[in-house]
Design a protein. Structure first.
Length: 169
């Protein structure tokens, strides 16, 4: 099975809603043994969890075949919920134990849909791209650029289908 590492980062770890940069780096080894990376960055208004979920989904959209995907992040909440609660939430229509919709239900639905053909392995903590990505957030923020390499170096952020557009979740 093909292995991909996805590294997630945000320009702010503040838990409340605010505008911030989110980003991912996807790394994998090519057939010739060379390491290949691709990244995507977006400026998003949302919570820390929302931004990282959105960026994880943006990265997963790019994965074309069933793979073993290692998701690396300092955000333990996202990784723990992904590992322990995601399938239960999907079975319950993305409702929590109190019968209320889970926070960021639209993002979790997309994650469920995109991850079902893969083996997802969470890896907690800072990672080798953490400091580089923080520097990139500062640089592209200072330059006033919106950078998103998630789909053919698009000029505007790639929007994957969410909410009502995801069927048969």
């Amino acid at each position: 099975m093909f292995r991909i590492d996805i590294y997630l980062e945000s320009s702010s770890w503040f838990l409340g809603v605010r505008e911030r940069w989110g980003g991912y780096v996807m790394a994998y080894e090519r057939k010739d043994g060379e390491l290949y990376t691709v990244e995507g960055f977006q400026k998003i208004t949302g919570t820390y969890n929302h931004v990282l979920l959105h960026m994880l989904n943006a990265a997963l959209v790019r994965v074309g075949k069933p793979s073993e995907i290692h998701v690396c992040s300092a955000n333990g909440y996202i990784l723990d919920m992904m590992e322990h609660n995601l399938s239960t939430w999907a079975a319950n229509g993305f409702m929590n134990k109190r019968g209320e919709p889970v926070k960021d239900a639209a993002e979790w639905k997309v994650l469920w849909k995109l991850s079902r053909n893969h083996i997802i392995i969470p890896e907690h903590g800072l990672h080798e791209f953490s400091h580089w990505m923080k520097g990139e957030f500062f640089r592209i923020g200072r330059e006033g650029k919106i950078v998103d390499n998630s789909v053919d170096k698009a000029e505007r952020p790639y929007k994957y289908k969410t909410g009502k557009e995801i069927k048969n979740v």
